[in-house]
Design a protein around this ligand. Structure first.
Ligand SMILES: NC(=O)c1ccc[n+]([C@@H]2O[C@H](COP(=O)([O-])OP(=O)(O)OC[C@H]3O[C@@H](n4cnc5c(N)ncnc54)[C@H](OP(=O)(O)O)[C@@H]3O)[C@@H](O)[C@H]2O)c1
Length: 321
């Protein structure tokens, strides 16, 4: 079958190991099923995999991709939940120490066929296209959990989103706004700030800018480049939720600020199947849709990876199969 896969790992030149070509169909263990992929979306996770973060050389070749929507073995339209927990695990699967994402231990979703545990498929509502549904399982689910489960954002709160146009950042803007929060963003260029405003951000600031007032919560995926600004932006008692460190993960901790202002620094990773169900319902009921930068046919996947590496993307890149 046709697939997009990592054939080599290169921490400095991730695209060097990227291949688009034939791969064997995935193994289907007991209790698993297959989904014929109609659309799959790209995440920064796929670049990390090509750099060898979360993926070792011993597992190569590995089909990339966490997110897919398609048709299951019964002919139903489905969305794939990307968090694979251990069969014996009960409760919130993001806390399972043995969990993985598709494309880490098991072959991923950028292919004609993906195998997943039966419990990882959810019905796709007819209101969402395959392309829209394929954006939800990683970036959008992560944003949903950051805002609502981890930061407990309620209407009227002011939320700062670091980074304007990434997959998670655009989801944070759209979901935060739809839930009644006042959403502020930082973006690295005038153009990116304008794009964030067009998506619904109430105000867009230069990276590191002094804000008109301190905020209730900050959503971090950028890491080192914005960490100090995130801590300075918070009200006393405010909450910083971090789910990524694209620019590096060793900023000064600023412990004095954390304890004097009694800040909460909270980690967040992906989300549960139940949260994905709620996110899908929220999108349908509130007419919320993912921002899609571009849709490409799977054989053209390399140009999507190049665009993400270049950072010139607004929202999600989707591949159709
Ligand atoms: N923990 C989890 O479960 C989880 C889930 C999803 C993603 N993540 C992580 O979250 C991060 C974002 O993922 P994504 O898929 O949204 O990636 P993406 O689409 O490539 O977006 C990258 C974002 O980083 C921002 N950014 C700002 N300053 C940056 C700098 N100095 N260097 C690089 N980027 C900078 C960009 O903002 P501009 O608009 O200003 O360019 C953009 O919003 C990744 O590190 C990813 O691994 C973690």
């Amino acid at each position: 079958m046709l697939a997009v896969f990592a054939a080599e790992i290169d921490p400095d030149d991730p695209l060097r190991g990227l291949r688009v070509g034939e791969q064997p169909e995935p193994e289907v263990p007991a209790g698993w099923t297959t989904v014929r992929v109609k659309a799959a979306s790209l995440n920064h996770h796929d670049l990390w995999s090509l750099r060898g973060v979360g993926l070792s050389r011993a597992r190569l070749p590995m089909i990339l991709g966490c997110d897919a929507a398609g048709i299951d073995e019964e002919g139903s339209e489905v969305v794939v939940h990307a968090v694979i927990s251990d069969d014996a695990w009960r409760g919130d699967e993001t806390f399972d120490p043995r969990r993985s994402l598709l494309s880490e231990k098991h072959q991923g979703a950028l292919a004609e066929l993906v195998a997943v545990p039966r419990r990882n498929i959810l019905p796709k509502p007819p209101e969402l296209s395959f392309e829209q549904a394929a954006c939800l399982p990683t970036a959008w689910l992560t944003a949903y959990r950051m805002l609502f489960t981890r930061a407990h954002v309620v209407p009227g709160m002011t939320v700062l989103v670091q980074g304007a146009t990434g997959g998670v950042a655009t989801a944070l803007i759209v979901l935060g706004r739809a839930a009644g929060a006042r959403v502020w963003v930082t973006g690295r260029s005038e153009e990116k700030r304008a794009q964030a405003s067009a998506l619904g951000a109430d105000a867009a600031f230069e990276a590191g800018a002094r804000l008109p007032e301190r905020v209730d919560a900050v959503m971090e995926t950028v890491g080192q480049a914005t960490w100090a600004h995130s801590l300075r932006a918070l009200k006393p008692g405010g909450t910083l939720v971090v789910s990524g460190a694209t620019s590096g993960d060793a900023p000064p901790a600023e412990l004095s600020r954390v304890f004097f202002l009694q800040l909460s620094v909270i980690g967040s990773t992906m989300g549960t199947r139940e949260e994905l169900e709620r996110l899908i319902r929220f999108c349908v009921e509130r007419d919320v849709r993912p921002a899609i930068h571009t849709t490409l046919a799977l054989p053209e996947a390399a140009s999507g990876f190049e665009a993400m590496l270049g950072g010139d993307v607004v929202g999600k890149i989707v591949f159709t199969v």
